[in-house]
Design a protein around this ligand. Structure first.
Ligand SMILES: NC(=O)c1ccc[n+]([C@@H]2O[C@H](COP(=O)([O-])OP(=O)(O)OC[C@H]3O[C@@H](n4cnc5c(N)ncnc54)[C@H](OP(=O)(O)O)[C@@H]3O)[C@@H](O)[C@H]2O)c1
Length: 256
């Protein structure tokens, strides 16, 4: 198997590539950037692409996927594409309508995974400062695959990220480990998830960093270093959604 396409088996028998390309970008970023970045990501070897109706970029991401199919880089079945149903469309009669709207924007025949966006199923914020160890153990015991978002500490420019929270990629332990493995703090954070069996998303719209993130398959952390990374957990949640804290379905107050 090509290392660039390492997959994890889902309980329904389908396979999901363990490294995914995140496509959310803050509103001020021109939408065409999503097309450019997604094309670069597919060329670099990403085969799992994560988007959502609320990201308002499905035309642009779909265009990138179709152009990489048209030029022979990939076939549709090589790509694992995820999209998500936004929170105001949970009523059963709206689900199919929303999915069809996404497909129309993408100009694709199907998506590989359709998730309820929030509260999230399968996907959780997960990185060395919020390593979700207990939830991961539970998921493994039930044959549920966990997908990590904000694995690099998310976007600092996001208005809902607490600006006083520590910057994950500036962590001195990640920094010294990066030196030791001759990689970068971002690669250490991504590799950490792979070795725990967690599917990990990495968003970058910068060519050099998109390519860098693919290097996650080129090295391995020792069990001792995995333990050191486990020790960084501080229960820091970058996307705390505190504006919906009072909602009965608010998930982040639960033990898991
Ligand atoms: N509820 C949900 O379902 C949910 C919530 C949040 C996110 N997500 C998904 O998960 C994806 C990833 O999460 P995220 O967008 O919060 O952010 P993230 O992947 O944790 O971090 C993205 C940030 O890291 C930077 N970056 C990327 N690679 C880097 C590298 N090698 N070195 C240094 N910096 C690097 C990016 O900068 P540049 O772009 O400038 O390179 C960007 O500022 C999203 O795009 C989205 O698809 C889902």
């Amino acid at each position: 198997m090509n290392s660039k396409q390492q997959t994890v088996r889902l309980s329904d028998g389908h396979f999901i590539p363990i490294l995914g390309f995140g496509t959310y970008a803050p509103q001020e970023v021109p939408k065409r950037k999503a097309t450019e970045a997604t094309k670069i990501a597919i060329e670099a070897g990403f085969r799992h692409i994560d988007s959502a109706a609320i990201y308002q970029n499905e035309e642009e991401v779909g265009l990138a996927i179709r152009s990489k199919i048209a030029d022979g880089t990939v076939k549709r079945e090589d790509i694992f594409y995820t999209t998500k149903l936004w929170v105001t469309f949970h009523r059963p009669e709206l689900v199919q309508v929303c999915l069809e709207q996404s497909l129309k924007k993408l100009q694709l025949e199907y998506v590989d995974l359709y998730l309820i966006h929030f509260p999230t199923s399968l996907m959780v914020e997960c990185h060395p400062y919020l390593n979700q160890g207990k939830l991961l153990d539970f998921c493994k015991s039930k044959d549920i695959v966990l997908v990590a978002y904000s694995a690099l500490g998310s976007h600092r420019e996001k208005k809902w990220v607490d600006q006083t929270s520590p910057i994950l990629l500036n962590d001195p332990v990640l920094g010294s480990m990066a030196k030791k493995y001759k990689r970068t703090p971002a690669l250490i954070a991504l590799r950490y998830q792979l070795q725990r069996g967690v599917v990990v998303l990495a968003k970058s719209f910068t060519e050099q960093r998109i390519k860098e993130n693919m290097q996650v398959f080129e090295f391995q952390l020792t069990p001792e270093d995995m333990n050191v990374l486990d020790g960084l957990n501080k229960n820091i949640r970058y996307i705390a959604a505190s504006d919906v804290k009072g909602h009965p379905d608010f998930p982040f107050g639960d033990e898991y």
